[in-house]
Design a protein around this ligand. Structure first.
Ligand SMILES: *[C@@H]1O[C@H](CO)[C@@H](O)[C@H](O)[C@H]1NC(C)=O
Length: 293
């Protein structure tokens, strides 16, 4: 015997700690028209009727890498909500926010598969359908915009980092830096709030209810998804949410960031980060505050 029993026990304990700290793959969550991967993080102390946060990685990323880069899972462990970390493996691991089927409610795009992950999770864990949120970075921010525009019936709020308005990439042959028409990322798709509203409402014409609350963050030194895309998102959502600019609050939530407040600040806020490039790092605690968790 080369190994004493206690050392095997110690090895097994270390292994099981690693397994507990991993996302769990879910294979059969319902219709998955674009072949996405679903991973879930369910804390051992789950809240009663827990909230759900769908967390979306940037281009080239994965569920696993974005889970490691961010604090959403440790916060879920503290607060008892569920995270869904999804992955796409197509178009340089970018979410489809360009095709006609993705810019539609139940059109068979990535957005529909993502919503089916949420419906599965609500059923299986008796999650609260009124506490469903989305967040993401870069391509994940773009998809958060598309999800909240095409599924206002599913989401209560979103918070996103360094992306573009829903519909900005409409008609582009792809949604990755390698495949997209660059006009949108260059900040050259400029519309009035009214034009954005017409475009978004056409994605789900049957919807007559309200749209989800939204927070969006962007770096002023972003030369990859250019800074004007912050203003375009704010125009889009100010139109959808029926709120107008009310004030700027400087150095909020930290030095160099300006909080751009619309209405009374409960439906729409932007954060403009001075000197920050691509991307604004996730501000997980601020996201949870925005979601009311
Ligand atoms: C509010 O802040 C943003 C970002 O710094 C800036 O672009 C905008 O001009 C400001 N608006 C006013 C009215 O000060």
């Amino acid at each position: 015997m080369y190994f004493s029993t206690p050392s095997i026990a110690a090895t097994l304990a270390a292994l099981s700690a690693t397994v507990n700290g991993a996302l769990v793959r879910v294979n059969d969550f319902g219709s998955n028209p674009t072949n996405l991967q679903m991973n879930i993080w369910v804390p051992s102390k789950l809240a009663e009727n827990p909230a759900i946060i769908l967390v979306l990685h940037p281009c080239g990323g994965s569920a696993e890498s974005y889970a490691q880069m961010t604090k959403y899972n440790s916060l879920a462990d503290q607060k008892g909500f569920i995270n869904i970390f999804a992955s796409t493996k197509k178009d340089n691991n970018c979410w489809d926010v360009a095709s006609a089927k993705a810019l539609k409610h139940d059109g068979g795009g990535d957005n529909q598969g993502l919503v089916n992950m949420i419906k599965y999770t609500i059923d299986k864990y008796k999650a609260d359908p009124k506490k469903v949120f989305a967040t993401g970075s870069s391509s994940g921010c773009m998809m958060t915009n598309v999800l909240l525009a095409t599924y206002p019936d599913i989401f209560a709020a979103g918070s996103r980092y360094s992306g573009v308005a829903a519909g900005c990439l409409a008609g582009s042959p792809g949604a990755s830096p390698q495949t997209a028409d660059p006009t949108c990322a260059n900040g050259k798709v400029n519309k009035t709030p009214e034009q954005w509203v017409v475009q978004v409402k056409a994605m789900y014409p049957e919807w007559t209810g309200t749209y989800p609350r939204m927070a969006t963050w962007h770096g002023e030194a972003d030369n990859f998804v250019n800074y004007p895309n912050l203003a375009e998102q704010l125009k889009e959502w100010s139109g959808l949410l029926g709120v107008t600019f009310s004030k700027n609050v400087t150095n909020t939530p930290q030095s160099g960031y300006t909080q751009i407040v619309y209405g009374d600040g409960t439906k729409l806020v932007g954060y403009s980060a001075k000197g920050v490039g691509h991307t604004v790092p996730a501000h997980e605690a601020d996201d949870l505050k925005w979601f009311g968790l």
